[in-house]
Design a protein around this ligand. Structure first.
Ligand code: ADP
Ligand code: AMP
Length: 215
C-alpha cells in the first residue's frame, strides 16, 4: 500500500474526514498545515499574530512562514511510517520544496489524491462544520453530529465553528484554491502520481475509492 500521500482538494472536500478514517484503519499519521497554523496563531507568538490575519481573511499564509513551519515536521517526523499531508502543499513553490525535502530523505511522494468537489457542496459542508480546536477532529451539524451536542467525541474540548467557515470567507477560499491548485495538479499529473476521486460521494463510498487508489 502507498503510504506517502498528499490529500489535495478544496476546503470542505473531506480531506480531514478521510484522513481520520485512514489513520484509524491503517495508522497513517495525519499532518494538517491548517491545524498547525491555527495552533501557531493561538500561541500568540509574533509569527502567530501575523498568521491569524491571513486565516481570518481566508487568504494563503505566505510561503516562507508555511515552509518554515512544515520544515519542523519534516525535520522531526519518522517518515518511514508514511504520512498524509492535508492542506500542504497549496502552491507550486510549496510542492517543489516538498519534493526537494523528500528526495533528500529518499522518501518521495507515492500518490496525490485529488478530491474533486463543487462549490455548492463545499458551502453546505463548511457552513455546517463543527471543529475541535484541540485535536482538530471535524463534525457536521446535520450529517455527522457529535455524540453529545457541542462536545468532541474524544472528550477533549467544546466544539467551535471556525471563524473562516462563514459563507463569504469560504467562497474566497474556494476561489483561491481553484487558482492555486491548477499548476500543482498539472505538476503531479506529469509525475504520474495523480488519482482523482469524486468527493461528493457519501463518506463510505469515497473511502472505498480512496483505498483502491492507495493499493
Ligand atoms: P476538508 O478537510 O477538506 O476541509 P472536512 O473533512 O473538514 O473537509 O469536511 C468538511 C465538512 O463536510 C465536515 O463538516 C464533514 O463532517 C463534512 N463531510 C466530509 N465528507 C463528507 C461527505 N462525504 N458527505 C457529507 N459530509 C461530509
Ligand atoms: P485548512 O485547515 O486546510 O482549511 O486551512 C485553513 C487556512 O490555513 C487556509 O485558508 C490558509 O489561510 C491557511 N493555510 C493552510 N495551509 C496552507 C498552506 N499550505 N499555504 C498557505 N496557507 C495555508
Amino acid at each position: 500500500m502507498k503510504r506517502r500521500v498528499i490529500l489535495l482538494g478544496p476546503p470542505g472536500s473531506g480531506k480531514g474526514t478521510i484522513a481520520a478514517q485512514l489513520q484509524q484503519r491503517f495508522g497513517l499519521p495525519h499532518v494538517s498545515s491548517g491545524h498547525l497554523l491555527r495552533k501557531e496563531a493561538e500561541s500568540g507568538s509574533p509569527v502567530g499574530k501575523r498568521v491569524q490575519m491571513f486565516l481570518e481573511k481566508g487568504e494563503l499564509v505566505p510561503d516562507a512562514i508555511v515552509l518554515e513551519l512544515m520544515a519542523g515536521w519534516w525535520n522531526s517526523a519518522p517518515l518511514e511510517n508514511g504520512f498524509m499531508l492535508d492542506g500542504f502543499p497549496r502552491a507550486l513553490v510549496q510542492a517543489q520544496a516538498l519534493d526537494d525535502w523528500l528526495l533528500a530523505k529518499r522518501a518521495p511522494i507515492e500518490v496525490v489524491l485529488l478530491y474533486d468537489c463543487n462549490l455548492e457542496v463545499v458551502l453546505d459542508r463548511i457552513t455546517g462544520r463543527l471543529s475541535c480546536p484541540s485535536c482538530g477532529r471535524v463534525y457536521h451539524i446535520r450529517s455527522l453530529p457529535p455524540k453529545v451536542a457541542g462536545r468532541c467525541d474524544a472528550g477533549c474540548a467544546a466544539l467551535i465553528q471556525r471563524s473562516d467557515d462563514s459563507e463569504s470567507v469560504t467562497r474566497k477560499r474556494f476561489e483561491i484554491y481553484a487558482r492555486q491548485a491548477e499548476p500543482m495538479v498539472t505538476y503531479y499529473r506529469h509525475q504520474g502520481k495523480l488519482a482523482v476521486i469524486d468527493a461528493t460521494k457519501p463518506p463510505a463510498d469515497r473511502f472505498e475509492e480512496t483505498v483502491r487508489a492507495l493499493n
